[in-house]
Design a protein around this ligand. Structure first.
Ligand SMILES: NC(=O)c1ccc[n+]([C@@H]2O[C@H](COP(=O)([O-])OP(=O)(O)OC[C@H]3O[C@@H](n4cnc5c(N)ncnc54)[C@H](OP(=O)(O)O)[C@@H]3O)[C@@H](O)[C@H]2O)c1
Length: 279
């Protein structure tokens, strides 16, 4: 369905859920004037607060259970947030951008996943996110992205910066390939999608390029000037509870899909943001 926006956001009341998270922070910059809601403002496992009813024109829904390993032990609570929460957001009756993940795929492909590829999540987190996509309703852009990093919150880049400053060597998985995506670039692409009045449905929006976690760690140390070696290990050696796709690079096959910069450019932008916060 074509969604035409006569007034591209000018007077629209935009709400960001999960505003305390890394993508939430980036969206608040890409959509100036948007109202950020943290978990304290609205725990999305509960129905929408009365003051939001009829008072929202667009929801950017990032609130989620993002603890991939924790979801294996606690799938019901993860589903309460990722499925029930998304359903509550949809109940607001406003168009929404619902963010989803490359972990809806099983990782058996060896070329980028496009929107028409059948999902087959292997983890509890991936299953809850896939069901969350369905719960977003028909007036929704389902934006799948991957391996997010930003200047706030817990993420791989910030973890590696901390470890790289303390240690001579870190062990990092080298048998999972994905597209590390800077939240600033994803937020700008989401804005482009909405402003263009793109059709609702699934959109793959991830950084250009691909690498393994070990290669990403090496890039982080190189860009940050940290003298830390990366010891390449396997997923099996790391032994985390949740299975992760061995390959989950995302590309869009849809006409007019926003194109994101390369992940390496995103890494540089992210490191600059982190450095600016420290100075
Ligand atoms: N991180 C990735 O690599 C990645 C990759 C692909 C897709 N995604 C998706 O992108 C979106 C944003 O992820 P992110 O990386 O920005 O995650 P994040 O930094 O973990 O932020 C998620 C936010 O959701 C909040 N939240 C959790 N449970 C909530 C609840 N019941 N009610 C309201 N808020 C709640 C969290 O609040 P607390 O801090 O209080 O817990 C946190 O501020 C998510 O939908 C995620 O599934 C993430």
């Amino acid at each position: 369905m074509e969604h035409v926006i006569a007034d591209p956001l000018g007077t629209r009341r935009v709400v960001v859920t999960g505003a305390g998270g890394q993508l939430g922070a980036a969206l608040l910059e890409a959509f100036p004037g948007a109202r950020g809601l943290t978990r304290a403002d609205w725990d999305v496992t509960a129905p929408p607060p009365a003051d939001l009813a009829g008072a929202v024109d667009l929801v950017l829904h990032t609130a989620a259970w993002t603890d991939v390993d924790g979801a294996e032990a606690d799938p019901q609570d993860a589903a309460a947030v990722n499925v029930g929460g998304t359903q509550h957001v949809a109940e607001l009756g406003a168009p929404l951008v619902a963010f989803s993940t490359d972990y809806v795929f099983d990782g058996r492909k060896r070329e980028p996943y496009v929107e028409s590829d059948p999902p087959n999540p292997q983890s509890a987190y991936g299953r809850t996110k896939l069901h969350g996509e369905a719960a977003a309703g028909e007036e929704a852009w389902i934006v799948r992205s991957s391996w997010l990093f930003g200047w706030t919150s817990r993420n791989f880049v910030r973890t590696m910066l901390a470890l790289g400053a303390e240690r001579d060597e870190v062990a990092v998985v080298d048998d999972q390939r994905g597209s590390p995506t800077f939240v600033g670039h994803l937020a700008a692409a989401a804005r482009e999608l909405v402003d263009a009045g793109a059709p609702y449905g699934v959109w793959h929006l991830a950084a250009d390029g691909e690498c393994t976690w070990a290669e990403l760690a090496e890039a982080i140390f190189e860009e940050a000037g940290l003298d830390c070696r990366v010891r390449r290990i396997t997923t099996e050696e790391l032994g985390r509870p949740a299975p992760r796709p061995a390959y989950s690079v995302l590309r869009s096959e849809r006409p007019g899909a926003p194109v994101l910069p390369h992940g390496r450019a995103g890494l540089r932008d992210c490191l600059n943001r982190i450095a600016a916060r420290r100075s």
